[in-house]
Design a binder for this molecule. Structure first.
Ligand code: PLP
Length: 362
């Protein structure tokens, strides 16, 4: 019997080619090779090149690897913020980044809104001078998605600040113009459909220069994962530490597969599958989309509010071997969260949508 399908918003269903690439990796002894070997350098360069193409990255942007998105939150603050960071907070993930800035002793300020909403550009403080402006493209805890238009406006309101965008649970499922931000980051167990334990950190020259400047002033910008160390090693297609070699290999393979399948096709599929899910939710009177404002409804993390305890629907879907996420934090028994990642085929989404639409409750 085939295993269950994971629609949980991370870790999630593996991209369909992952088992085959793991076999190849074992056959080629990838987990045993030296991270200083030319074989690793080739893997590193290949993965970077595929990611660059997948994200349409401008030439001046660099890609580095870390252990997770959570690590990158800490590194962003250590590398780029001396005094103040400004965070748009609309759920648990955006809030966690703000906490990390505080825990590192920075003055972290936030503009918050209720869960299910996104902060609007005209709500940002006009007199703040943050060194870093933190925005979450897709707040995975609520399914609220900030629009590119809003991000553009916010950037123009803080031209000096480094704009850091959390793209963890949404890229590369949708297109996004990276030139709108200075740095973006993700971890691979969400939209890439890979095992957890690898973070991808994209930075532009402004970030590299800012870190150099702070370091030049004698300030600490961290140690092995300060940007200057990542850049120095990255220029040699290496990493400061012994990295997740298997993870970097698999990421390159999956990025290549996504390119071969066609990124426009992947982006179109995401839209189609999201529409199918939102429609199923709307048609069942025991459910409704948690995010009401259409432009803010996430395309990759569909959150439904349930009239009855959400555990009933979660259990029901489980009997069909379909695993969905419960609500996050305070919404645990009031929401279900369904991932719509590239690993989820149209057919599998149509199937779960059908069960959701026809669920009759208890
Ligand atoms: C999952 C997630 C993170 C944290 O990722 P880790 O891999 O656990 O570090 C950060 N931001 C968002 C929006 C997420 O969905």
């Amino acid at each position: 019997m085939p295993g269950p399908i994971f629609f949980t918003p991370g870790p999630s269903q593996l991209y369909h080619t992952v088992p085959e690439h793991i076999k190849t990796a074992l056959k080629e002894s990838i987990p045993s090779i030296s991270h200083r070997s030319s074989q690793f350098q080739n893997i590193f360069a290949t993965t970077r090149a595929h990611l660059k193409e997948l994200f349409d990255l401008p030439d001046s942007y660099e890609i580095f690897f870390a252990g997770s998105a959570t690590e990158i939150w800490e590194r962003l603050i250590q590398n780029l913020v001396v005094n103040e960071s400004l965070h748009l907070v609309n759920g648990s993930f955006s809030k966690r980044f703000q906490q990390i800035s505080s825990e590192l002793g920075r003055h972290s300020i936030s503009v918050s809104c209720s869960e299910g909403l996104c902060v609007k550009p005209d709500e940002l403080p006009v007199d703040a001078k943050p060194e870093l402006l933190a925005i979450t493209l897709n707040e995975t805890s609520t399914g609220a998605m900030q629009t590119a238009e809003e991000i553009k406006m916010m950037r123009s309101q803080f031209p000096e600040a480094i704009l850091a965008l959390d793209v963890v649970s949404i890229l590369p499922a949708v297109p996004f113009d990276m030139s709108l931000v200075d740095t973006a980051y993700l971890s691979v167990q969400k939209c890439f459909g890979l095992p957890a334990g690898l973070g991808v950190w994209i930075v532009n020259q402004k970030c590299l220069e800012r870190q150099q400047q702070l370091k030049g002033q004698g300030l600490s910008t961290g140690s092995y994962h300060q940007l200057s160390a990542l850049k120095e090693q990255g220029d040699k297609n290496q990493t400061p530490e012994t990295p997740n070699v298997l993870g970097i290999f698999l990421l390159g393979k999956v990025a290549e597969d996504m390119l071969k399948a066609g990124k426009e096709m992947m982006h179109r599929d995401t839209r189609y599958k999201a529409a199918v899910l939102y429609q199923a939710i709307s048609k069942n009177e025991l459910l409704e989309p948690f995010v009401e404002h259409r432009p803010h409804q996430s395309l990759s993390t569909i959150v439904a509010k349930t009239v009855q305890p959400s555990s009933l629907l979660i259990q029901y879907l489980k009997t069909k071997h379909l695993m969905v996420g419960s609500g996050y934090g305070p919404f645990k028994d009031q929401h279900i969260r369904i991932a719509n990642f590239p690993a989820h085929s149209r057919e599998s989404i149509e199937m779960i949508a059908d069960f959701i639409q026809n669920w009759e409750g208890k």
